[in-house]
Design a protein around this ligand. Structure first.
Ligand code: ADP
Length: 316
């Protein structure tokens, strides 16, 4: 079994610590924290002891080092992360509004995060990858799409597996080419990890039951639907359904919950755990991560998640 490989944006995130009308009021800001949905996902895989590797890019600046050191420390293979001599590491500023929604200021399009392509390092890694994880957010970057298309072909042809987290904000309108690419990815995914309304969007039909049925017809094998503090539900193609109630925690910073959940679920499955146990670790990883400021600061090791599970109640 080759490593789990994740492709996409690597960023730093700077977080407002108070709620205000804008960044001028929501002071002070803290960070930079290592971030980027794909990077959070792979960090959680690495922390849980799964064999994990990342494809993406950072600049030569210190924000790049924040990410590289973090991922390396989590046991993630960083050999296919390129270091762009001309562009800075991507960044995002996040502020939470009173109603819990978020206001982001991004610098991705003109950063290293949007400029990586196929390279010898990427090729060497994909040739030994056992599993590929793709986030919908990476599809807005055309150079990432080239890598993803090629990597999906190679990994699937060799008998490897693919998971897809749509990770597409509901307000986001995709252009036609991206919409088609997204549909193609869903059609070859083994595991789908949608959150809320992304399920119907991925299926192209309305209603949870219809969407699940449609996705299994298309060829998806497992679906885990994430519902924030309301927990998650697992569906298998064979008709099994398992509800995974959320752990009861005080939410401090919701960013990264879904990525930690997905990374933990996938890693536990790849380590041979049954779905029910993997779901428990995933729910713990998601819940633990929201209790800490910073998008991946709460990603847990096996020992940390075991301790969290042993001491935290779940909703009924
Ligand atoms: P995404 O970030 O992809 O939208 P969710 O917000 O649904 O994903 O979070 C993923 C999982 O993390 C949830 O299914 C749940 O198990 C856990 N989780 C998220 N937020 C909370 C919370 N406030 N309390 C407890 N668990 C949570």
């Amino acid at each position: 079994l080759g490593p789990t490989v994740c492709v996409g944006e690597i960023l730093v995130e700077i977080v407002a610590t108070t709620v205000g009308n804008g960044f001028m009021e929501a002071q002070p800001l803290v960070g930079p924290f290592a971030s980027g949905a794909p990077a959070i996902f792979i960090s959680q895989c690495g922390r849980l002891g799964g064999s994990a590797a990342m494809i993406g890019a950072v600049g030569t600046d210190d924000f790049g080092r924040v990410n590289l050191e973090r991922l390396k420390g989590d046991g993630v293979d960083i050999s296919a992360i390129s270091i762009d001599p001309d562009y800075p590491t991507g960044s995002a500023f996040v502020r939470y509004r009173e109603d819990g929604s978020r206001d982001f200021v991004y610098n991705i399009a003109t950063s290293a995060a949007a400029r990586f392509g196929w390279s010898e390092g990427v090729s060497n890694l994909i040739d030994r990858a056992g599993h590929l994880h793709v986030m919908g957010s990476a599809l807005s970057v055309s150079s990432a799409c080239e890598v993803i298309d090629k990597a999906v072909d190679i990994v699937k042809t060799r008998g490897g597996t693919l998971s897809v987290d749509p990770n597409i904000r509901k307000e986001l309108k995709l252009d036609e080419a991206t919409e088609r690419r997204f549909a193609r990815l869903v059609a070859v995914a083994d595991l789908l990890l949608p959150s809320g309304e992304e399920l119907e969007r991925a299926a192209g039909v309305e209603g949870e039951t219809n969407a699940i049925r449609r996705l299994f017809e298309i060829g998806v094998k497992e679906i885990v639907l994430k519902r924030g503090a309301d927990g998650a539900t697992y569906y298998s193609r064979e008709g099994e359904r398992i509800d995974a109630p959320a752990f009861i925690v005080a939410e401090i910073d919701p960013t990264g919950a879904g990525d930690c959940f997905g990374g933990a679920y996938l890693t536990c499955r790849r380590l041979g755990m049954p779905a029910a146990d993997a779901l428990t670790y995933a729910a713990a990883a998601g819940a633990r991560n929201v209790t800490v400021v910073g998008p991946m600061e709460g990603a847990g090791t096996r020992e940390q998640l075991d301790a969290f599970i042993a001491t935290t109640e779940r909703r009924s």
